[in-house]
Design a protein. Structure first.
Length: 450
């Protein structure tokens, strides 16, 4: 047999093998497609079969359907069946039960760390030994009857929070940023009240100094205030266009002079000076057009010159003497001081009202939480169909106790701050309130009981 014949037979043999493999692949592909079509036909079967199947329990699987309303109704039924379980699970996670430390296995657990899985519960000693290396773990204290977040700079020792050697103030600021303004509202109101009181005392001293300097009485100052008000009413209610232009010119001249004085006195930067110069140019342009309009409306003997009113000392109405030989500028100075005193006194009253409103809000919130705690602790509610299991009720009570403790601390802080700055009849409402030692009895909860 020659080589060509041998090669020809080998080629025929290869063709037969390839044809056999192709046939096997086609057969397997046909089987796969057949199974897929059967599964698809089964999933898209008649909806009457789906409705005939029992769907009363949550263990039944979802039955696929080509009808969207049927699928939506199935989903709604499953959601109504699973919703109580989800609520119970979420509430039960907040329940602080008595646990043993999963690190040493002997001491009671005091800290839960969500980052130390699968053994998240530690006693006080194991917590310090573990989290000295892992400072930024998400830890919660369990000593108060609820999960209280612990900052990296604190640890638990005998049911008390004490500062440890680590100091990371930036971390503390970031963790408390969202609630900073609400928690420090009492401090902010106190500081604002102190600042207002200090400014009021300064203005009262200025007023007394003016009385001594000008040798005037309280009634004379009140007359000056009325004179300034009458002058302002006469200026603002005039209907003469010439008078309105004159008033506008006076205001612009005073503004240009004031900005020119501030150009090198209060500003030491090129950008600030450029901004002031631009504003002066704008006001001078407006002033030029107003002077031209005014000169066209008045006789030639009463015309104004722009250079004269900007460079010279123009006698404006508030510089001219009145019938009582006191110029309006002095009266206006006294008017400004008296109005400042009245505004500061009004601001004091507003701040006292805000403090009272804040205190009433905290008291109402504490009373609401106390009633809610008593309601969930009663046997009547526990026996009713509230939809919560025993673990869920305990978790909900822990959440309420946590909010009670927070409100109690805020009330103590607010009362101390307000009594520190208020005096006399202003702090009567706070002195009549129960002291900070009585808050624990109001809430009917303490660390020893938990």
């Amino acid at each position: 047999m020659s080589d060509s014949e041998l090669q020809k037979q080998f080629m025929e043999l290869d063709n037969l093998v390839d044809h056999h493999e192709l046939s096997d692949e086609l057969q397997s592909l046909d089987d796969f497609l057949e199974c897929f079509l059967q599964d698809l036909q089964h999933s898209l079967s008649d909806t009457s079969d789906d409705e005939a199947s029992p769907r009363g329990t949550s263990k039944d699987p979802f039955l696929a359907s080509s009808n969207w309303s049927t699928r939506q109704s199935l989903f709604s039924e499953r959601w109504r069946a699973e919703r109580p379980r989800l609520v119970n699970t979420a509430a039960a996670q907040e329940n602080v039960a008595t646990r043993i430390c999963q690190q040493c296995g002997s001491n009671p657990a005091a800290v839960r760390c969500c980052d130390c899985r699968p053994r998240p519960f530690f006693c006080a000693e194991c917590d310090v030994s573990m989290h000295t290396r892992h400072v930024l773990h998400n830890r919660d204290a369990m000593t108060a009857g609820f999960y209280q977040p612990l900052p990296p700079t604190t640890f638990v020792v005998d049911k008390a929070l004490s500062h440890c050697g680590r100091t990371d103030m930036l971390t503390l600021m970031v963790m408390r940023w969202n609630q900073q303004k609400f928690n420090n509202l009492a401090t902010a109101l106190t500081r604002r009240y102190q600042k207002t009181t200090k400014a009021l005392q300064s203005q009262l001293q200025n007023l007394e100094s003016m009385k001594v300097e000008l040798a005037v009485t309280e009634s004379q100052l009140e007359d000056w205030v009325n004179d300034v008000k009458d002058w302002a009413d006469a200026i603002t209610t005039t209907t003469n266009d010439v008078d309105a232009l004159a008033n506008r010119i006076e205001v612009l001249v005073a503004s240009v002079k004031r900005r020119s004085q501030r150009l090198y006195k209060d500003t030491d930067g090129n950008k600030g000076r450029a901004r002031i110069r631009r504003k002066i140019r704008e006001e001078k342009g407006i002033l030029t057009s107003l002077v031209e309009t005014y000169n066209r409306m008045v006789p030639n003997t009463e015309t104004l010159c722009l250079e004269t009113i900007l460079s010279g000392e123009t006698a404006w109405p508030w510089q001219l003497p009145h019938s009582d030989s006191v110029d309006l500028r002095t009266k206006r100075k006294a008017f400004d001081i008296i109005m400042s005193v009245r505004r500061l006194q009004e601001e004091q009253k507003i701040l006292v009202a805000e403090m009272d409103h804040h205190w009433k809000y905290l008291s109402t919130r504490a009373e609401t939480l106390r009633e809610l705690s008593c309601l969930f602790a009663s046997e009547t509610l526990q026996s009713s169909l509230c939809g919560l299991s025993e673990e869920g009720l305990k978790g909900l009570q822990s959440i309420i106790h946590k909010k009670q403790r927070k409100i109690r601390d805020m009330r103590v802080q607010a009362r101390d701050c307000y009594l520190q700055v208020l005096s006399g009849a202003e702090n009567t409402n706070f002195l009549n309130k129960p002291s900070a030692d009585d808050y624990d009895s109001d809430f009917e909860i303490s660390d020893d009981e938990l």
